[in-house]
Design a protein around this ligand. Structure first.
Ligand code: GDP
Length: 378
């Protein structure tokens, strides 16, 4: 057999003619040319091709589109936005569910148990994660792949790890855009997992329809790092690890949490948050949990809250983006850059009030637009 010489292969070329060992084959192509050729091996896709793939439910294409969203290269960003705009009208037909709770409470195990329960019922499930707090891979979704063993090989499930940490706004945006793409690709259940610390819960809450808080029996609220504000955001609290010796304690905790939740004012959804127990490991209580989510879905669609909340979330995102854009334009403005240190120091010396300083800076910012328009004198 005569094998052709492959300039892209790094393996030493062997032909039927004996080549003496130890003599290096000179490359027929320069290293630069080789790397250019390698890059060309995957032809650039157009927005139309990517959209076609995503809408057909092609997972490779969906992953490519998400990678574009996560890329910081301007040309990728531009392509990603084109893809998103076309996908947007094809999105929305889903239930978006957020999971929160301290590390170790059993989020991954529950996502796997509930996820399998749903994919067996022919739902298509996408699992995303938010972890803006750190660069860790261990412990975050699929940082440790074995955590969702069954789901990760389930053809009806798509699992995507958290976009690498960046600004809170950046991570939120990428996650939301990923939700849109997954829905356009036909996924009708979206799980968003958060690590359960700090601001990530608020972020997840701003992009889901149903917010689920996982708790353990026996550990105090403070021990579990759960603030009252988080409890108030929950549409359901689930006491996990209700198995073995823990069943009785879990039952007590359920009653306690239900009592605590009943003391909060009824949320604007009109939905009274519910508490239930489960064992994610033994897969008990999963059906009951799904019934709560399904009931909420029906309830909030019937009273219109479901749609109102999604609109509100979209508007909030628009205002947030606007604020971020204005802030970044402001601080990158040359005149502001030149002046801000001096103004800061006059505030520090009590020579100027913060409000007057802010006013002056804003006037300076706007004045830079007017000056731009003045034609230079010849
Ligand atoms: P996460 O950090 O919140 O995602 O928690 P994991 O799902 O990784 O679970 C943490 C540990 O708790 C693992 O060792 C799980 O096997 C265990 N675990 C999860 N769910 C249950 C459960 O329902 N019962 C018991 N006994 N252990 C569980």
């Amino acid at each position: 057999m005569i094998r052709k010489y492959d300039p892209l292969s790094s393996k030493p070329f062997k032909s039927a003619l004996k080549v003496q060992e130890g003599i290096e084959q000179p490359s027929a192509i320069s290293k630069d040319a080789l790397s250019r050729l390698r890059q060309k091996k995957t032809p650039e896709l157009t927005a139309a091709e990517i959209v076609e793939g995503v809408l057909a439910g092609n997972i490779t294409m969906l992953s490519k589109a998400i990678t574009l969203i996560e890329s910081t290269r301007p040309e990728h960003q531009q392509l990603a936005q084109q893809v998103l705009e076309i996908c947007l009208p094809h999105s929305g037909d889903s239930i978006r569910i957020g999971f929160t709770g301290v590390p170790g409470v059993g989020k991954s195990t529950l996502i796997e148990a509930l996820g399998k329960y749903l994919t067996r019922r022919k739902f298509k499930l996408a699992v995303l994660a938010i972890d803006p707090s750190s660069y860790r891979t261990k412990g975050s979704i699929l940082g440790d792949k074995t955590r969702m063993e069954e789901l990760s090989v389930d053809p009806n499930a798509f699992i995507r790890p958290s976009p690498s940490a960046g600004t809170l706004g950046g991570v939120a945006r990428k996650t939301w855009e990923t939700i849109i793409l997954c829905e356009a690709a036909g996924f009708n259940i979206i799980f968003v997992e958060t690590v359960g610390v700090g601001q990530s819960e608020v972020l997840v809450h701003s992009m889901v329809d149903f917010f689920l808080l996982l708790m353990l029996a026996g550990a105090g609220d403070e021990l579990q790092g759960i603030k009252r504000g988080i409890m108030e955001m929950a549409d359901a609290v689930i006491i996990n690890k209700a198995d073995g010796d823990n069943i009785y304690k879990a039952g007590l905790a359920k009653a306690e949490y239900q009592k605590a939740l009943n003391l909060f004012p009824i949320p604007s959804s009109g939905w009274q948050p519910r508490v239930t127990t489960c064992s994610a490991r033994e897969k008990s209580g999963i059906k009951e949990l799904w019934k709560i989510i399904d009931d909420y879905h029906t309830f909030s669609k019937n009273n219109g809250y479901f749609y109102g909340k999604r609109t509100e979330q979209s508007l909030a995102r628009m205002h947030y983006a606007l604020k971020e854009q204005l802030f970044s334009d402001f601080y990158n403005n040359k005149k502001i850059e030149n002046k801000i240190r001096a103004i800061e120091s006059s505030i520090a010396r009590n020579a100027k009030s913060s409000y007057v300083a802010a006013r002056e800076l804003i006037e300076l910012y706007y004045s830079s637009f007017h000056e731009d328009k003045i034609e230079p004198k010849s």
